[in-house]
Design a protein around this ligand. Sequence first.
Ligand SMILES: *Cc1c(COP(=O)(O)O)cnc(C)c1O
Length: 359
Amino acid sequence: MINVTKPFLPPISEYNEYLKGIWERNWLTNNGPLVNELELKLKDYLLLDHLLYLTNGTIAIQIAIKALKLTGEIITTPFSYIATTSSVIWEGCIPVFADIDPDTLNIDPKSIEERITNRTSAILATHVYGNPCNIELIDEIAKKYNLKVIYDAAHAFGVKYKGRSIFEYGDISTTSFHATKVFHTVEGGAVISKDPELIRIMSKMRNFGHSGPESFELVGINGKNSEFHAAMGLVNLTYIDRIIASRKQQALQYNKTLATLNVKKQFILEVTEWNYSYYPIIFETEALLLKCMKELNDNWIFPRRYFYPSLSNLEFVTNYETPICNDFCKRVLCLPMYYTLSTEEIDFISRILLRSQNN
Ligand SMILES: *Cc1c(COP(=O)(O)O)cnc(C)c1O
């Protein structure tokens, strides 16, 4: 069976080395030494001033919304994983959907501006498949209307935009280190900000609001992560360059083997150093997508429709017209891509796709 992704696992002996230390110290969670080491190494690798390691990427978005004290309406993208939208609602705010750009599949700044009301407090945009949003325009709009910006950068580990980590942009960037992501710690996530005061507040928030053993500065939550998760991150970080390089090779192979497949690709800006976190293809029609998917499934290959359905069509949100997203989300399919996927398997997947196109 070939799934859309398979979590990376390092040699077990390398993880065991860290376990020995955990057993010796008997320090399992609560800002332990491995959590601290992981935060330092991540900041070092990504060239960031501040980063807080959290339970997961969803709590990261929720803490970001809380820390920025957002209320009312948050303009967001309908083309993302559900956590982007559900976090807004969970925090008592209203998701307002802007449409997406048909080339980049990211939120369309023009559409953002059309959805601004006097209740809008922020923009929450996803760098879809790690492809950077139109950061300059979003920043301009945010300044013009005095809005905060959060980037859901769950797909964007290691992505550089104009030479800098994509995590540096927005008031706060959030990311996920879930097992299915390019870099993972089994479960995990982070918030990144250049504002030391926001970082200070969020570091309190992730630890119940504690300011001392018997004092509490604010209402917090349990957003901490454990030594076991940090250990996985520390080992996986030593493989990240190899992981991204192998994904690049796989993407180049797909580009070649699928050259005659009648699909469109997501447009990635030249100034981007991408992480190849997904391999999306855009079919001409949903019928074609379904036909190819069935053929793949019959051969025990399971690509995924990231992201379907459009979040603007969920039952618990206010409906906003997002015709471009409604159309594209029916036609995008993400093909399998993971560290141990072989060139033969990519050839096999490609042959099936080409064959079903011609049938
Ligand atoms: C994976 C993902 C999340 C959620 O991250 P978790 O760590 O699983 O909570 C949020 N947004 C997007 C776009 C994602 O892909």
